[in-house]
Design a protein around this ligand. Structure first.
Ligand SMILES: [Zn+2]
Length: 400
């Protein structure tokens, strides 16, 4: 990791990077509330008017808006640190040292815009959806604050930091029983795009629960998205002892019936064309044929197959409804090489679901410049935690 404040220069984008950012954004501003077209005919018959700007998520210069974010010059001039904006949004996000627009917010805008553009270009009838924020208004462990989600999200917190509680809130929006089995007073708000920006509020007071959508009281909970959630119990049971995959095993791991598991398995080669050539069934056993050089070693192959199943399961579900795949402590039992392999799997731009990886250690922190947004739960006082996406907090717990 680079150290702060030493030997950094100006990290501007080159012409190729600027052009790629514009093209990937379809020449539209990536601010979800703007979306302005940034290219059009100029005055002369051969002129083009270009009003877009390749803005930096973390600053090109040491003292620029949002600071260098712990990234090296090469990382800050890389396309992963750029976002395409119209001229006025470009000025807006850099005003007052960029204080009102964090790196994680801009990352989320970029992911959202590219995701939407990809669906539009593909002419897919897939429902567009994207969870933007989870705001804690009041809670017995979590201090008021905002979790801002991109497509790829890392959530760090030690034991008892409220990490599991935060994920529980995310799951609870559409499931009153999750909140009322052990009711505690809390209030949270969730915003999502469908594709318009929507907002839902959940309030629990004693044994009384209220939902509001776009400021109107509703009787039944909204379900703007589906959360597929997996925790340590699932991995422990599956990974050790290492077993060859079976229909029954994958069904149990995913928490679905064997016919659904079979659908997931059958779709694996088509959705992972660079990884798998085919799958075959021998009774209940599943034999996966990997592409040459994809998996280093038999052991990694046997662990990785469970993550391939998770990704394909989430992607199939994302065809029907916006889907968030939540993995709580997925790396506890994994070798570092396997961890990297799993992160790279989710980094593929072909997936349309959102991912949250919750970890208590910082092994995955360096992945930030590969497109992961990082959030940390910072202990405050006796029993409270603060949600933070500030770079200072991330670096103070071991990143930089
Ligand atoms: Zn704009």
């Amino acid at each position: 990791m680079p150290t702060m404040g030493s030997g950094r220069g100006q990290a501007d984008f080159n012409d190729k990077t600027r052009r790629l950012l514009a093209q990937r954004a379809a020449f539209r501003c990536s601010n979800p509330r703007c979306g302005a077209l940034t290219i059009g005919p100029g005055i002369g018959s051969e002129d083009v008017t270009d009003t877009g700007t390749a803005a930096h998520i973390f600053a090109a210069a040491e003292r620029g808006p949002r600071g260098p974010g712990g990234l090296s010059d090469a990382e800050r001039s890389h396309i992963s640190n750029g976002i395409w904006l119209c001229a006025s949004c470009g000025r807006l996000v850099d005003a007052n040292s960029g204080d009102a627009f964090s790196g994680s917010l801009l990352r989320s805008w970029k992911d959202l815009h590219e995701h939407r553009t990809r669906l539009e270009q593909g002419g897919q009838s897939q429902p567009f959806g994207w969870v933007q924020t989870l705001e804690v208004v009041s809670h017995y462990i979590l201090m008021p604050g905002m979790l801002r989600l991109s497509r790829l999200n890392l959530l760090f917190g030690m034991n008892n930091s409220g990490k599991t509680k935060l994920l529980h809130l995310l799951r609870s929006l559409s499931s009153p029983h999750l909140l009322m089995d052990f009711p505690v007073d809390l209030s949270c708000a969730i915003t999502w795009f469908d594709p318009e920006l929507r907002k839902a509020l959940v309030d629990v007071r004693g044994r009384w629960l209220e939902y509001r959508v776009d400021d109107r009281r509703v009787a039944l909970p909204p379900r703007p998205y589906r959360v597929l959630s997996f925790g340590p119990e699932a991995y422990k049971e599956r990974f050790f002892p290492l077993k060859s995959p079976s229909i029954q095993g994958i069904a149990k791991f995913l928490g679905v019936d064997r016919w659904t598991a079979r659908t997931v398995i059958v779709n694996m080669p088509a959705l992972l064309p660079d990884v798998m050539s085919e799958v075959a069934f021998y009774g209940d056993d599943v034999k996966v044929s990997y592409r040459e050089g994809v998996i280093g070693g038999k052991e990694l192959g046997q662990v990785a197959v469970w993550f391939y199943a998770l990704a394909v399961f989430a992607e199939l579900q994302a065809r029907a409804e916006p889907t968030i795949l939540v993995l709580d402590e997925p790396f506890v039992f994994l070798h570092p090489a396997a961890q990297r392999h799993v992160l790279e799997l989710f980094e593929s731009a072909t997936w349309t679901f959102q991912v949250i990886l919750a970890e208590h250690s910082l092994t995955a922190y360096e992945r930030r410049h590969h497109g992961w947004s990082a959030t940390v739960l910072v202990p405050e006082g006796e029993r409270q935690s603060r949600i933070s996406q500030e770079d200072a907090d991330l670096e103070s717990i071991g990143g930089g």
